[in-house]
Write a protein that binds this ligand. Structure first.
Ligand SMILES: CC(C)(COP(=O)(O)OP(=O)(O)OC[C@H]1O[C@@H](n2cnc3c(N)ncnc32)[C@H](O)[C@@H]1OP(=O)(O)O)[C@@H](O)C(=O)NCCC(=O)NCCS
Length: 144
């Protein structure tokens, strides 16, 4: 697995991965492109076997990192790809002297919640009707 900075040519593959996950709050290729205008934004791609297998986007808002989006292709789940992307986020966070990582995740997204708990996140709050005016978001935080 290779983790590297995302490039414009990756955005269609990211959008395809988003589309594999029903209910995932998708940015689409245009959304990833728009992130290039945000100097706090970092988007990374994971490659496996020469193909894009996942991505992560986060904002470095010292002293916090906001994890906005993380997804892995359905055929490549449970192989440590999200863990590899998250490990790289941690490198950025430490180099930027950030003290915590924050994110929002649907309370119905059991795989993601399990992933984040396994990586040291705790639930610190809840936003009712955050997604599509129905699903609540859990606010999760990891202190570094
Ligand atoms: C959450 C997600 C990114 C995890 O990606 P992944 O590459 O499969 O994760 P990894 O292989 O690095 O880590 C797997 C670990 O996460 C947890 N996990 C992941 N999927 C799980 C599931 N379906 N059930 C229970 N635990 C799960 C477990 O701790 C697991 O460890 P194990 O395989 O040893 O049990 C992936 O499921 C995904 O893309 N989901 C759709 C998009 C999404 O919901 N993103 C997060 C919200 S922004």
């Amino acid at each position: 697995m290779l983790i590297r900075r995302a490039r414009k040519e990756d955005y269609a593959a990211f959008a395809a991965i988003e589309a594999e996950h029903a209910g995932f709050p998708a940015w689409g290729a245009a959304g990833f492109l728009a992130e290039e205008n945000n100097r706090n934004s970092v988007t990374l791609a994971a490659e496996a076997g020469g193909a894009v297998a996942g991505f992560i986007n986060f904002w470095i808002l010292r002293p916090q990192v906001q994890l906005n989006s993380l997804a892995v292709s359905g055929a490549m789940l449970r192989r440590g790809i999200a863990a590899g992307l998250f490990a790289k986020l941690l490198e950025y966070a430490r180099k930027s002297a950030c003290a915590e990582i924050d994110l929002e995740v649907s309370e119905l997204n059991a795989p993601a919640i399990a992933f984040y708990r396994a990586h040291g996140f705790e639930v610190v709050g809840k936003r009712p009707k955050f997604y599509n005016n129905t699903e609540a978001a859990l606010l999760m935080r990891k202190t570094l």
